[in-house]
Structure formats: structure tokens, C-alpha cells
Design a protein around this ligand. Structure first.
Ligand SMILES: [Zn+2]
Ligand SMILES: [Zn+2]
Length: 137
């Protein structure tokens, strides 16, 4: 993982952020909730330390998609931007499409493959889990 700090923003530019440390991981999530939130075939996240993350413009709008789970987006343009869960304290998961240089961060894991769309073909340089690593079946 290369450049830090790295930066991202929504489509309209109202919400901007900076991250001062490399991500802990980069991965695809195939769960139906993430798919719905990004309205695409798969959601690709950078798992970052919340302490390394800062908003540099605007504020997130938030939607509680399930108890303890927040989905963040730009309230002006609607760009999905991030995920936080009370189950994973101290982390924020940033959607890779909001980065200024997503090409710098190749996914190394995929999770919730049991919900993966059958026609989706991805090459991931790392493990694939049916659900999450610590509860893999
Ligand atoms: Zn926006
Ligand atoms: Zn998910």
C-alpha cells in the first residue's frame, strides 16, 4: 500500500476526507446490504483506523441499515461513502470509489461470498470467506 495520507470525496465535492495511515485491509463485500447501499454488483472497502480518518469538508449523512450499523453518504449528491459498525469499534470502512486514487489499493480479501452474484467474476489476491473470517464456515 503506497501513498499516505490519501484522500477522497463524493461526486459533488461537498464531503471530503483524508486518511493519515495505510488501510488495515482492502476487500470486497458481497453481502446484500452492502450491495444495496452502493447499488452495484459488489462493495469494495478500505478498512481504516478511525483515529487516522478525518473529514476535511462537509459532514456525512447517516442511515442506520441494521442495529449498530451506520451507512454514510453525501446528503447533497447521494454518493455512498462509508460504513461503521459497533461490532468493529475504532474502524471506519471507506468505499473505494470515493478515493482520489483507487488504483493504488488492490483488494486482498473478499467476504460474504455466500451472497455473491453468480455471474460476477473477480480475481482477488487473497482469501475468500463465505461470511467473515472469524466465523468462516
Ligand atoms: Zn456530494
Ligand atoms: Zn457487506
Amino acid at each position: 500500500m503506497s501513498t499516505t495520507p490519501f484522500h477522497g470525496h463524493c461526486m459533488c465535492g461537498a464531503v471530503r476526507y483524508s486518511v493519515s495511515q495505510p488501510p488495515k485491509w482492502v476487500g470486497h463485500c458481497h453481502c446484500s446490504d452492502c450491495r444495496r447501499h452502493v447499488a452495484g454488483a459488489v462493495a469494495t472497502f478500505l478498512g481504516c483506523e478511525e483515529a487516522a480518518f478525518s473529514l476535511t469538508a462537509g459532514e456525512f449523512s447517516r442511515y442506520t441499515s441494521s442495529p449498530g450499523v451506520q451507512r454514510m453518504f453525501c446528503g447533497a449528491c447521494g454518493t455512498p461513502m462509508a460504513y461503521q459498525s459497533e461490532q468493529i469499534p475504532g474502524e471506519i470502512h471507506l468505499l473505494i470509489g470515493t478515493l482520489e486514487h483507487p488504483e493504488d489499493f488492490a483488494p486482498v480479501v473478499e467476504v460474504f461470498c455466500k451472497e455473491k452474484l453468480p455471474w460476477l467474476k473477480l480475481e482477488v489476491a487473497g482469501p475468500s470467506f463465505d461470511t467473515l473470517p472469524d466465523m468462516a464456515e
